[in-house]
Design a protein around this ligand. Structure first.
Ligand code: PDD
Length: 285
């Protein structure tokens, strides 16, 4: 069955889903995206993703072409039309296609809204059992990483370097501290059992999974500190892990070829993963 995509009001076969070469997403990366996980045909933590979408578009003064309620309806309809059981819904909104290439905002142009789905067994992924290696790269991104912009070239290069090194993610470093992963939030568990993840701010994307995991950990009286950490601290830690809509909680077992802990996924990453999956299923829509 050919997959269905959503483009500006229509559900169309993916191979026919097209936008203009003048689309500002294409020309200027003038757009925002979101990725929400799907488990058992239901959207995971979607209110959090849509709240971040609203915030991101607000920060770049882009008006959504549909209401948040309607966007969720479209997401659900797309999941249903694609008979998607486990995977992700990708959505992107751009400042639309003008008649030329002017940098300043166009007037009277309707924003572009597109969505498509992809299949992934996030819960059963083999890397959930084995953990992943990460490499480190300098964080060369712009200064507003809190906006989920489609300008992802720095992450493309970082994740390509990771792929070439046989690693599953790249941790980006600024001023000697980890900011985040190329497409995930970064965590460690210190030797005295404190879960550490960088505080939100313009240096990182406020991860929806990060937010949920921090709240779930705190509810269970686990100690959490939101602060930056270095690679030296990560290598001296008991455990390291990442979170994102596309992996949930994923153990990191080596950094730049050096083992974290005993080089195997640790009990805290496993526990937080279980807790997150339970939360995800209980709150899915
Ligand atoms: N990426 N940091 C960055 C830079 C990200 O791109 C992402 C998500 C995260 C984790 O955010 P969340 O928990 O809300 O997914 C952190 C998505 C999955 C992607 O680009 O595919």
């Amino acid at each position: 069955m050919e997959k269905i995509a959503y483009v500006n009001g229509s559900f169309v076969p993916l191979s026919e889903a097209k936008v203009s070469v003048l689309d500002r997403g294409f020309l200027f990366a003038d757009g925002i995206y979101e990725v929400a996980a799907v488990l058992d045909g239901k959207l995971i933590d979607n209110a959090s993703h849509l709240a971040r979408l609203e915030r991101s578009v607000g920060e770049i003064r882009l008006e959504l072409p549909e209401t948040i309620a309607r966007i969720q309806e479209i997401q659900k309809e797309l999941v249903a039309r694609n008979e998607l059981v486990n995977g992700m819904v990708y959505l992107e909104v751009t400042r639309g296609a003008d008649t030329g290439r002017d940098f300043a905002f166009p007037k009277g142009v309707r924003p572009t809204l597109v969505m498509f789905t992809s299949e992934k067994d996030i819960v059963g992924a083999p890397s959930a059992k084995t953990g992943i290696n990460v490499i480190t790269v300098p964080d060369i991104r712009w200064e507003r990483r809190d906006i989920k912009s489609v300008a992802l070239l720095a992450q493309v290069l970082a994740k390509q370097a990771a792929a070439e090194a046989g690693a599953g993610e790249a941790w980006m470093i600024q001023d000697g501290k980890v900011t985040e992963g190329g497409s995930s939030s970064a965590f460690i568990l210190t030797q005295d059992d404190v879960i550490v993840t960088r505080q939100n701010g313009s240096e990182i994307l406020p991860g929806c999974t990060r937010k949920a995991v921090v709240a779930l950990a705190e509810e269970r009286q686990l100690r959490v500190e939101e602060r930056a950490f270095s690679i030296e601290e990560a290598l001296a830690a008991k455990e390291a892990f990442i979170t994102s809509a596309s992996v949930f909680v994923q153990a990191v077992v080596a950094i730049d070829g050096k083992k974290v802990g005993n080089g195997k996924p640790g009990p805290m990453a496993d526990r937080l993963r279980e807790i997150y999956v339970e939360f995800a299923k209980a709150t899915a829509v």
